[in-house]
Ligand binder design. Structure first.
Ligand code: THU
Length: 135
């Protein structure tokens, strides 16, 4: 169970993490933050590349950072904040986590764990990805 103030703090961290984006191609800045069951947190931002397909989304940067720095901890909540003054095509959909990141979340988070999306609110991960791939 993650309380509302913990989610709000995580959302603030995701918003602040947008400042770390490396997004010279899309100019679309995304920040993410994850909360761990040991009380620690990790942040990420989107990291683009001149070879576009090598880009990594903010959510995966945050999840991978947490996994490396706290290998035994569970991720109990994730927050993501997307948008930029330089990016002119913002819609409801541009706030939402991409499908690849939803699948990666499912690897490291429980289906009922909250995913807070800036401008949308908090949803259980299973609402975002009801039928994940599993081996
Ligand atoms: N992006 C994310 O960081 N997270 C998502 O869930 C969707 C897209 C980034 C990747 C790229 O740097 C930019 O947004 C435009 O696609």
């Amino acid at each position: 169970m993650t309380d509302a103030s913990a989610i709000a703090t995580l959302g603030d961290a995701a918003r602040a993490a947008r400042a770390h984006a490396h997004a010279p191609y899309s100019k679309f800045h995304v920040g993410a933050a994850v909360l761990l069951d040991n009380g620690q947190s990790a942040i990420g931002a989107n990291i683009e590349n001149a070879s576009y397909g090598l880009t990594c989304c903010a959510e995966r940067v945050a999840i991978f950072a947490a996994r490396i720095q706290h290998p035994r901890a569970r991720i109990i909540a994730l927050a993501v904040s997307a948008g930029s003054d330089d990016f002119v095509h913002e819609t409801h959909n541009t706030r939402m986590p991409c499908g690849a990141c939803r699948q990666v979340m499912m690897e490291f988070m429980a289906p009922e764990a909250p995913v807070w999306i800036d401008g949308v609110g908090a949803l259980p991960l299973s609402d975002l990805l009801p039928t994940p791939f599993k081996l």
